[in-house]
Design a protein. Structure first.
Length: 378
């Protein structure tokens, strides 16, 4: 310090800080106004840029005011250098945070406008943000005079121990990247695992996959398990698919008439019900002579997985009503039960007399005859 601080130094420094704060508030209000106009455009990239500038512009203005204030004070060369380095590092950190938000937002925006890219997969966004933040922190440390070469070497040596300690976490991370890179599962797909879990994929993050089932509950599946298990994706390669409905009619039905009526009902359902495929060509296939009826399969088209329940519901109601109108019967299974009576049941009065120990068959016959004579004498 070349001289003592006087009131004039404090006033100039205060004015510089106030000017920086006022410039920051003005820039914040201006960027808020630009943000409202950016929301009206179709491109989402301008929203991301304006949102990032809301952080860096006011902060940069305040840091500039602090730098001007520092120059007006009679500081020593060492203190002045330390202040400048600190303000520069702080500006780098603010710029790094804003840059991370811009890059991550642009990645998500580009992913959302391209087919086959995970629009809602936060794993790519998180990786991009972490890489930018780490680079910014290293540059800020280098600005403060901290040598990052030993730090990078230490991180490289310690990375092996960290990798061994976080095997499951790293396995899930690379499994999630592999799933997204192979494009087998994307957010929005309806999947079903062999273990029974099924639903819409909401997000694939660095550790697990979030699935929302039809009950609106979230199922959390580790990425490593999802990559190892057998899975059915009902959205790829096409979201539209066919469903089968089993029907049966009586043997006295005219099958040509049954086919025409069923196809009429299929066409009406495809044209009227939300979620059906209007240009789907319905099909009826007879396949079994059952015990009491002839069974056939009706093929319907649906737009996506959850629509099948509503379409089945409406098709069965309309087909049942139409069959009743046309006089087509849907017989229930019948069973004929035959009851056979035993010729010599144990409780019959004409059952043979069981052989008793110590009595001969002739004796039993004589006693029977004597009883009959006695009854006739009466």
């Amino acid at each position: 310090m070349n001289r003592d601080l006087v009131l004039h130094d404090w006033l100039v420094a205060g004015i510089a800080l106030a000017a920086g704060a006022a410039a920051g508030l003005l820039l914040r209000a201006l960027l808020r106004w630009l943000g409202r106009h950016a929301e009206r455009t179709r491109w989402k990239g301008d929203d991301v840029i304006v949102d990032a500038l809301r952080t860096i512009a006011p902060g940069a203005a305040l840091i500039a005011g602090a730098a001007v204030a520092a120059t007006t004070l009679p500081l020593t060369a060492r203190v002045s250098g330390f202040v400048n380095q600190s303000l520069t590092a702080l500006l780098i950190l603010i710029a790094t945070r804003s840059t991370a938000r811009v890059v991550a937002g642009l990645v998500q925006s580009v992913a959302g406008t391209r087919t086959g890219v995970a629009a809602s997969a936060s794993i790519f966004v998180n990786i991009t943000r972490i890489v930018v933040l780490v680079m910014g922190v290293l540059v800020a440390l280098e600005t403060l005079g901290v040598s990052i070469a030993p730090l990078v070497t230490a991180l490289g040596v310690g990375g092996l121990a960290v990798a061994l300690a976080l095997q499951d976490t790293l396995a899930n991370l690379f499994a999630g990247v592999h799933i997204l890179a192979s494009k087998t599962v994307q957010p929005g797909d309806y999947i079903r695992l062999t273990s029974g879990e099924e639903g819409y994929v909401v997000d694939i993050n660095w550790r697990n996959t979030v699935v929302r089932n039809l009950s609106n509950n979230l199922v959390i599946i580790p990425n490593g398990r999802l990559a190892r298990t057998n899975m059915t994706n009902f959205t790829q390669p096409e979201q539209q698919f066919s469903i089968l409905v089993q029907v049966g009619v009586g043997y006295d039905s005219d099958l040509e008439h049954v086919e025409r009526v069923t196809l009429d009902v299929v066409d009406s359902v495809m044209a009227d019900i939300n979620g059906a495929v209007p240009d789907h060509e319905g099909a009826v296939r007879f396949h079994t002579f059952a015990d009491s009826r002839i069974n056939f399969t009706v093929i319907l088209g649906v737009g996506e997985f959850s629509d099948q329940y509503r379409i089945k519901h409406e098709f069965i109601k309309r087909l049942h009503r139409r069959f009743r109108t046309e006089g087509i019967s849907i017989p229930a299974p019948t069973r004929t039960v035959a009851l056979r009576h035993d010729e010599h049941p144990a409780s019959s009065p004409h059952a043979p007399v069981p052989h008793q120990r110590g009595a001969s068959p002739s004796t039993a016959t004589e006693r029977t005859d004597l009883t009959e004579l006695t009854d006739s004498g009466r």
